[in-house]
Design a protein around this ligand. Structure first.
Ligand code: OFO
Length: 183
């Protein structure tokens, strides 16, 4: 008896999303490493925690695919891309990364709607809400650096921003503190 409750199209799109979340984690890891190397430990730590959150999103989808009786295929993760040119550029890239991910979540939502796969549609609503939060978070980062002077932000402004972010309440918590249900 076939216990797979996902269509081939949906399961392959979800598997692709598993890879995209893993890629997002790698992107934040690489930006965090770049920032730490430049001495911005507060912002770096913020992005390291965000990287852990992206991995959690990956696990959430992985568990859903298995729960629906479909196959998980772990594919290669593309390279995260080049380092940012500046802290401002880094925050712009973070925002773009989130918007791109939102678009791929929306494609999945549409796909599940078209197939009348209501379980998947319902599962994805969590990601729709999460992306709103993540875009807001990225947008707030951009606002903060714009206030600090954007590309012209001086060392003192960047120092304060770094200090600010090191005490930012955890939206993304440390990997060991998160669960799939409560990322
Ligand atoms: Fe997975 O939420 Fe950001 O991209």
């Amino acid at each position: 008896m076939n216990t797979n409750r996902l269509s081939n199209t949906i399961s392959s799109a979800l598997n692709e999303q598993i890879m995209r979340e893993a890629l997002a984690a790698q992107v934040y890891l690489s930006y965090g490493a770049w920032l730490k190397d430049k001495g911005y430990d507060g912002i770096a730590n913020f992005l390291f925690r965000h990287s852990a959150e992206e991995r959690n999103h990956m696990m959430k989808i992985l568990e859903y695919v298995l729960e629906r009786g479909a196959k998980v295929t772990i594919s290669a993760i593309p390279e995260p891309g080049s380092d940012p040119d500046s802290v401002y550029d880094c925050f712009k890239k973070v925002f773009k990364q989130e918007v791109n991910n939102t678009e791929s979540v929306y494609k999945l939502v549409k796909m599940s709607f078209d197939e009348q796969d209501w379980a998947t549609w319902n599962f994805l609503q969590w990601f729709v809400r999460e992306q709103v939060e993540e875009e807001t978070l990225a947008h707030n980062l951009l606002d903060k650096i714009k206030i600090a002077g954007g590309d012209k932000a001086n060392d003192e402004a960047l120092y304060n921003l770094d200090k600010d972010l090191s005490t930012e309440p955890d939206h993304a918590r440390l990997a060991q503190d998160v669960t799939v249900e409560n990322p």
